[in-house]
Design a protein around this ligand. Structure first.
Ligand code: KG4
Ligand code: ZN
Length: 349
């Protein structure tokens, strides 16, 4: 079964053709980093308008790279939410129109469910002998809008163990990136800056930054560490940051985030008797997080290749396949949401 998938929840407009939930025949991502970079963050109104520009070229490239014509497509899938309203509308309306015109089913996919299903795509399975993940598994979701620990019992069956009480992990990376004067988006920039840190100085700075363990729960809190970085920048350094200060603070901040995320995930996997741990979302591209999780988890760990961690449409096409097989029950869409449930219904034809 070949699914053409669209993803437009934030500042990327992406298309993909995915076969049987695994094989990615094409994956095209139109990024808007340059557009939003000059404002230091995503401007929702601009994102939606830019998606309208990207729509046709991305769609054409998606079919071309897959070597497919519409006759070879069995269904259309689209990110239903959560995300920016104006951005989601572009992808959802395009998917509905395409499905209606071609007489195909239109499959709505929850954005976070899509992120998780990146772990079932061929490129992610390669490192595991082609074998799909085994249930039950613990999922760590770390994106710009979400940070959650979930217990996944089977396809489409999720139980939330915990979530952030304030900022998402990616949001904390982005905000700290701004505080340190790094370019947008903050996550990759903080990781690069941390690599420049001199170990001794960075370790000293690291001790000074807090970790909110929230012992006895699977919840997270990242607003305190963000404030701690702000205080260091303002009070200790007087706002004047040398390149070495930026590197040391980036390192210390990343250490703190990674320490909490990896330990709490490893603990949850043990407590739940999970057979594996899977990680999803943009922050899963972070090398330090990947290394710490691999070190600490006592069960096998799966993290998709970096290009499948950040927003893309292949993951949406992957998740939609299981939905089409009826393996994913119509779930409680609010499960993943910290910022509003399913905003729009992609509906049928
Ligand atoms: O999943 P994603 O592409 O979009 C959302 O659904 O939010 O995640 C984007 C987030 C941003 O906050 C970005 O800074 C973060 O993922 N991110 C990273 C890295 N790459 C992307 N954070 C830390 N290290 C990275 N290498
Ligand atoms: Zn995402």
């Amino acid at each position: 079964m070949r699914i053409l998938a669209l993803e437009s929840s934030c500042d990327e407009f992406a298309g993909a053709v995915v076969e049987d939930g695994r094989r990615v025949l094409s994956s095209v991502v139109a990024s808007q980093v340059d557009l939003h970079g000059r404002y230091g963050g995503v401007v929702p109104e601009l994102a939606g308008r830019e998606h309208l520009r990207s729509l046709v070229p991305v769609l054409q490239a998606t079919l071309e790279q897959a070597g497919q014509r519409w006759e070879g497509i069995d269904a259309v899938a689209v990110t239903q939410g959560p995300g920016l309203g104006g951005s989601l509308l572009v992808g959802i309306n395009a998917a509905k129109a395409l499905a209606w015109a071609r007489g195909l089913p239109c499959l709505p996919v929850h954005h976070i469910e899509g992120h998780l299903y990146a772990n079932w795509l061929e490129a992610a399975l390669e490192a595991h002998g082609g074998e799909p993940p085994s249930f039950p598994l613990v999922c760590l979701v770390v994106s710009g809008g979400h940070t959650e620990l979930l217990l996944m019992h089977g396809h489409g069956q999720f139980e939330r163990l915990g979530q952030t009480l304030d900022d998402a992990a990616g949001e904390a990376f982005d905000k700290v990136g701004r505080l340190l004067g790094l370019p947008f988006p903050g996550g990759p920039a903080v990781e690069r800056a941390a690599q420049e840190a001199v170990a001794g100085a960075a370790a000293a700075a690291g001790k000074a930054l807090p970790r909110a363990w929230l012992a006895g729960s699977d919840n997270f809190s990242f607003s305190g560490i963000k404030t701690a970085v702000l205080n260091r920048v303002r009070d200790d350094l007087g706002g004047n940051l040398s390149a070495a200060d930026v590197a040391a603070l980036a390192y210390a901040f990343q250490e703190s985030m990674v320490d909490v995320l990896s330990r709490k995930t490893a603990d949850a996997a043990l407590a739940q008797g999970a057979r594996e741990v899977i990680v999803a979302g943009g922050v899963a591209a972070n090398g330090a997080l990947r290394r710490a999780l691999a070190e600490r988890c006592s069960v096998p760990l799966r993290v998709p290749p970096a290009a499948l961690c950040t927003d893309n449409a292949a993951m949406i096409g992957g998740a939609a396949y299981y939905k089409a097989q009826g393996e994913i029950e119509e779930g409680n869409w609010d499960l993943f949401s910290t910022s509003g449930a399913a905003v729009f219904s992609a509906g049928g034809r």
